[in-house]
Design a protein around this ligand. Structure first.
Ligand SMILES: [Fe+2]
Ligand SMILES: [Fe+2]
Length: 160
């Protein structure tokens, strides 16, 4: 399980509460733009799972992408096989990537960046991809969505 190898504070800056907010943001963007729900849910638990610290650690996306190959059998139970490479791209490049033509990756990166307020960084809309993520009323509406809304069974395991 991804949680078992996470070495930082489970309730810290990049732990489960962040994963849940990225998931919530991503599913809201999926509702607005289409996209793969399994893709964004997996991105939320994978993208920061190989961090070595809560600072910049710019290689954590690359390490997480490599880790995806190790746990590919588990991922394949959730994700359509043809989406694996795109998810790997989204995970690997979420640390440095700005814009991409892949809708699912756009949603993932926007979902992560929409949670940047937790570390007191003001969001610069230049770094966003989707129209909804740049929309102030959409951003405000996210706070009204429960973090546990529509949680998949496999994701629920992370909350125990
Ligand atoms: Fe990250
Ligand atoms: Fe993140």
């Amino acid at each position: 399980m991804i949680r078992d190898q996470y070495i930082l504070d489970w309730h810290g800056t990049h732990g489960i509460q962040h994963w849940l907010r990225v998931r919530r943001n991503g599913l809201a963007l999926c509702n607005a733009h289409g996209g793969s729900r399994a893709f964004i849910e997996l991105f939320s638990v994978l993208h920061d799972c190989k961090r070595l610290d809560d600072g910049r650690d710019l290689d954590h996306g690359k390490r997480a992408a490599e880790y995806m190959e190790i746990i590919r059998n588990d991922i394949d139970k959730i994700l359509a096989a043809e989406e694996f490479d795109d998810l790997k791209y989204a995970v690997e490049h979420h640390t440095t990537g700005l814009h991409t033509g892949n809708l699912n990756a756009q949603i993932c990166w926007d979902s992560d960046r929409l949670d940047i307020g937790r570390v007191d960084i003001i969001l610069d809309k230049y770094y966003l991809n989707t129209e909804s993520a740049k929309d102030d009323s959409f951003i405000a509406s996210l706070d009204n969505i429960s973090l546990l809304s529509g949680l998949s069974d496999w994701f629920s395991e992370y909350l125990k």
